[in-house]
Design a protein around this ligand. Structure first.
Ligand code: F6R
Ligand code: MG
Ligand code: MG
Length: 389
């Protein structure tokens, strides 16, 4: 827990708690690999020093080249001061990254001045506000070298598929199902959402989630038994903000677990699949998602895309130390399996599904090549084969 610091809290306070996680890539060592120790410490000490009056607790970590600031507070979602605190920590971090000469310094800070909320400014945000249960376990996921659609399959399996989640038949309350709020992020007139209920709308949910580059599970999956929010996913797409690709979105996610929600193990189990997601090298490939331990960097083929999970209990806004969701020896076997899948698809290089479709490529090289080749195409008028002379 290198960068984590705790503040005091009001003893015995039954409270409406907000969890806010805000993450950004503001520079890294050796390419898009991981932030420097100095950069991590700069961000963590800014939050520790400037956050005392605002937040109850925090935890700063990294996944690949992204730094995530998890904060607990009672100010609600989208709070200007909480967002400003994170924005300023990243801005000061970006300056430190520039001074160290880190690669991509300040990359995800797409706007010059803060305008009340970091949504739409580059950093990814996931927030959950709820009445704290007497014991409140939750999971914080962070993924690198991929986009928010990476969580589609794990969320579908955890919240809607009894083959993964026996709680859906074992627990009468969980049996009442979950509401999925799904966002269409590429719609031309702006983001739009749809609310669908599992199990009745299962096939509609599946039909939408099958296209992870377009639809994402939004900030919310809700328990139909208690009406409480279980999941918040960061849905921002950097290329929708910047007007061009500036890097993969590398989404964070918060998931409340147990009681009315799936158990921790039911939420983690789908990551054993190592399903293929968009991202990896130059943000332009399909590669399997590897569950990794906290504070892991990037390596093979600028990937593979990774996901980490820190589990906490929170009480009166105070966080326990994190447990590392993917450190247990079971996940070593999964990692071996995912590494084999990754090497297998890489044998296919640039052909077919190994590379993302045109609309999702982070680079313009292929589009330029195709348009310059376009004028060299000519209609075939005879069946004759032209000999080279
Ligand atoms: C995501 C990430 C990648 C890069 C992409 C392009 O964290 O780092 O999506 O944005 O690989 O990187 P450049 O063009 O800087 O080599
Ligand atoms: Mg990056
Ligand atoms: Mg990243």
């Amino acid at each position: 827990m290198e960068c984590s610091l705790h503040f005091g809290q009001v003893e015995g306070w039954a409270m409406k708690l907000t969890l806010s996680v805000i993450k950004a890539d503001i520079g890294s060592v050796g390419g898009h690999v991981s932030p420097s120790k100095h950069l991590r410490e700069t961000v963590a000490s800014y939050i520790a020093e400037q956050g005392t009056r605002l937040i109850l607790d925090h935890y700063v970590s990294y996944t690949g080249d992204d730094i995530a600031i998890l904060m607990t507070h009672s100010r609600g979602e989208g709070d200007e001061q909480i967002h400003r605190l994170a924005w300023d920590a990243f801005r000061i971090g970006a300056e430190a990254a520039r001074q160290e000469g880190l690669y991509g310094a300040g990359q995800d800070l797409l706007k010059d001045s803060f305008s009340g909320n970091v949504k739409g400014m580059g950093p990814a945000v996931a927030e959950l506000e709820f009445d704290e249960r007497p014991n409140e376990p939750f999971l914080f996921f962070a993924a690198d070298k991929t986009d928010p659609g990476a969580y589609n399959l794990p969320l579908y399996l955890a919240f809607a598929d009894v083959m993964n989640t026996p709680g859906l038949i074992l627990s009468p309350r969980i049996s009442r199902g979950f509401r999925f709020v799904i966002m269409d992020v590429n719609h031309t007139t702006g983001d739009r959402v749809i609310e669908l209920d599992a199990p009745e709308d299962l096939y509609d949910i599946a039909a939408l989630l099958r296209d992870p580059e377009r639809y994402v599970v939004v900030e919310s999956v809700w328990s139909r038994a208690g009406g409480e929010q279980a999941v918040a996913v960061a849905t921002s797409r950097l290329h929708n903000i910047a007007g061009k690709y500036t890097g993969k979105d590398d989404p964070v996610m918060l998931v409340r677990v147990q009681m009315d929600f799936p158990a921790t193990g039911e939420v983690l189990a789908p990551y054993a699949i190592g399903h293929f997601v968009g991202g990896c090298m130059r943000g332009s490939h399909q590669m399997p998602l590897m569950p990794v331990t906290l504070n892991t960097g990037i390596s093979y083929f600028d990937g593979p895309p990774i996901v980490s999970c820190a589990g906490f209990c929170v009480h009166n806004g105070k966080l326990t130390e994190p447990i590392d969701g993917f450190a247990q020896p079971f996940w070593d076997t999964v990692r071996g399996h995912v590494a084999n899948k990754a090497m297998e698809i890489r044998r296919q290089g640039f052909i077919g599904t190994a590379m993302l479709p045109m609309s999702e490529l982070e680079y313009t090289g292929i589009a330029q090549k195709l348009s310059s080749l376009d004028e060299k195409f000519h209609m075939r008028v005879t069946e004759k084969v032209h000999a080279i002379n």
